[in-house]
Ligand binder design. Structure first.
Ligand code: ES4
Ligand code: ZN
Length: 319
């Protein structure tokens, strides 16, 4: 039995499995540049974050209707439940859909058809986190926040993702201030490919409560000390780091040293359809390859709930 866990770093568009991509392409009359699922899977060899993002954005073209987003989320929740996930805080990338003429309401209402009954259907409670694409402009982020205003009861927080280097957190200060004023929680990807300075900026300028990835924090001892002292959760994604070549092999992952240093680490799947594993696949991989003890594995599972946006007295219902 997999350990009960919360998943805190999961891009719903990154759960699009090749089989579903082809089924939706057919249903929506969208032409894919791959002959079949086999050919598509061969494209899942990435050099870095950007080479992954190119395919990730290309495949999204098959997502067009509420039903598409519902089926995507429902398939993820079924897989997550089978891997011991009891609570999932799910990222989505509205700008990538708005740019293709798919409206905010289609995305959110479609996802909600699955999320709104997920406790009943899958035993998984959920929250939604809307991400800004950091390689788009600050103005576009503000416009996206504006477009989300009719749906604020369905959105728990905001995040920041896509191509990191050259797009520091400071660019999104206004958007994060505006999100905070609307009562939204804040997280951001930082220190995935970008330098530790981006982690510092995310904390100081964006007021984030968690750092997504944060892997490169280990290069800055003063930052590590601060993250330990303030118990800032890091949502690590070990299989993602290997596939995007942030590290050479899983055996090189600094997770054991990070736990030893007292960092509040969590283990997550990021884009599981692309990176070769869902939540428990990541847990199992780090346990086996890095030799983590049962106690450490339980610490990771416990951290995932502590670092979640679940309130202490919150019933586990979909929200
Ligand atoms: C992402 Cl792995 C990763 N990093 C940054 N942005 C992303 N969007 C989807 N997956
Ligand atoms: Zn991510």
């Amino acid at each position: 039995m997999p350990l009960p866990k919360a998943e805190l770093h999961l891009h719903i568009e990154g759960t699009l499995e090749p089989e579903l991509a082809f089924r939706l392409a057919e249903r929506n009359g969208v032409e894919l540049s791959y002959a079949d699922t086999e050919a598509l899977r061969h494209a899942y060899r990435f050099e870095d974050l950007q080479s992954f993002l190119n395919l990730y954005y290309e495949l999204m073209a098959v997502l067009r209707t509420e039903q598409d987003f519902e089926e995507l989320a429902d398939a993820y929740l079924a897989r997550a439940a089978a891997q011991g996930v009891r609570h999932a805080e799910i990222f989505f990338d509205p700008q990538a859909h708005l740019a293709r003429g798919v409206e905010m309401g289609t995305v959110i209402e479609g996802l909600w058809r699955a999320l709104g009954r997920s406790v009943e259907t899958h035993g998984v409670s959920t929250k939604l986190i809307m991400c800004f694409l950091r390689d788009e402009s600050a103005e576009s982020a503000l416009a996206t926040l504006d477009a989300a205003k009719p749906y604020l009861d369905r959105i728990t927080g905001v995040g920041l993702d896509s191509a990191e280097v050259g797009h520091p957190p400071v660019k999104f200060r206004e958007a994060y201030d505006a999100a905070a004023a609307l009562g939204l929680r804040r997280v951001a990807h930082a220190g995935e490919e970008g330098p530790p300075e981006y982690v510092v900026q995310a904390l100081d300028l964006l007021g984030v409560e968690r750092i997504d990835h944060g892997l490169r924090s280990v290069e800055d001892p003063a930052l590590v000390e601060r993250l330990v002292r303030d118990r800032v959760p890091l949502t690590l994604c070990p299989l993602s780091n290997v596939r995007l070549r942030t590290i050479d092999t899983l055996a090189d992952h600094p997770l054991p040293a990070m736990l030893e240093a007292g960092l509040m680490c969590t283990v997550n799947s990021d884009d599981p359809a692309y990176f070769g594993g869902y939540a428990d696949d990541n847990f199992t991989a780090v346990q086996q390859t890095l030799g983590l003890t049962e106690d450490r594995m339980r610490e990771l599972a416990r951290n995932s709930f502590l670092a979640s946006f679940l309130e202490d007295d919150e019933p586990r219902r979909a929200r």
